[in-house]
Design a protein around this ligand. Sequence first.
Ligand SMILES: Cc1cc2nc3c(=O)[nH]c(=O)nc-3n(C[C@H](O)[C@H](O)[C@H](O)COP(=O)(O)O)c2cc1C
Length: 366
Amino acid sequence: MLMAKLPELVIRKTRITVPIIQGGMGIGLSSYTLAGAVAAEGGMGVLSSAALDRIVSERHGRKMKHREAAAQDVMDAKNLSNGGAIGMNIMVAVINTYEDSVLGSMDGGVDAIISGAGLPMALPEIVKLHPRADEVALIPIVSSGRAAEIIFKRWSRSGRLPDALVVEGPLAGGHIAWREKEQAADPVNKLENLLKEVIEVCKKWNLNIPVIAAGGVYTHEDILHYIDLGCGGVQMGTRFLATNESGANSEYKQLLVECQETDIELADKPGSPCGMLFRVLKQSPFYQDALNFARTPKCDKGYLLNKGACSAKDENDKAFCICNGLLASIKLAPNEKNLYTVGQTAYRINKILSVKDLMDELRNAI
Ligand SMILES: Cc1cc2nc3c(=O)[nH]c(=O)nc-3n(C[C@H](O)[C@H](O)[C@H](O)COP(=O)(O)O)c2cc1C
């Protein structure tokens, strides 16, 4: 069995002693307790900006606007982090709160902004509006060399290039970059191949930044494998979802322990209103209703509305409302059923661990 000490990961001004970024998991799953615990163990803990106005207002018992809530969430995680690194995951698709998420996280002292679910074209311009612009690492999530190149071209006009790139392959949890299942299953799109493409593009641009592998990373040996391929570290979601500290409720964690490989599906028809494939546990009650067209379309949250348009707002044949299903899973949509997203490795989970035990296992300190 391959074993070695993992190298540290440096992104812009932030030193991460264990080269593991805990992936942002919305809504409310990568909670401040999870991110704080991961950072305290030497990894980078990452919050998710999705619906933070609701989540943080509820936690603190007073109404906060989105920018203030993002700042508060960062401060709450920092308080648990023992000086470790905290990032904020901000989805481009959650368009209405994008700018407030960026600026609020910076108000709160965030170390890095990690942004995907679309190409974060405007990110450097928004960051420039804040006095901490120089302190914060900017990390786009991409799933091809072409996406990396488009971002480099656009960002170079703002005078700021990414400080690292997360490359997310088809096994990841949440949304993945592809629209068709055949594309996600095509060996061309295996994570190793995507990493090669992206590393080549970085070389072409003479950009010596860490490339981070995400999607299906499960063990210490997996981490070594990606470091051998030239990565600076990994981003992991599903394993951190299955910890005591994550925001997932007890039914969700129970299903993580019990689920089989055949229980994990890529929702497409109907799918996510974001248009990308969305990986779910087929037992999710909200997803079962979506498959049977049993939920009357209703949009009372509106996080994904862009100029009034969300494909799940008035119809349920092509897309289902993910905002309500995901909020129900953290008890913030009382009359809705739960929707569970996971990565493809979820069937390998057989125990809910503490973050400390998981980090010890991953860095091979046990
Ligand atoms: C439950 C869950 C929710 C996720 N939510 C988000 C999200 O809101 N935004 C995002 O960019 N990525 C999201 N992801 C992707 C993770 O940040 C990470 O890149 C991915 O899970 C890595 O793959 P793994 O689960 O196989 O480790 C989510 C993943 C999971 C498992």
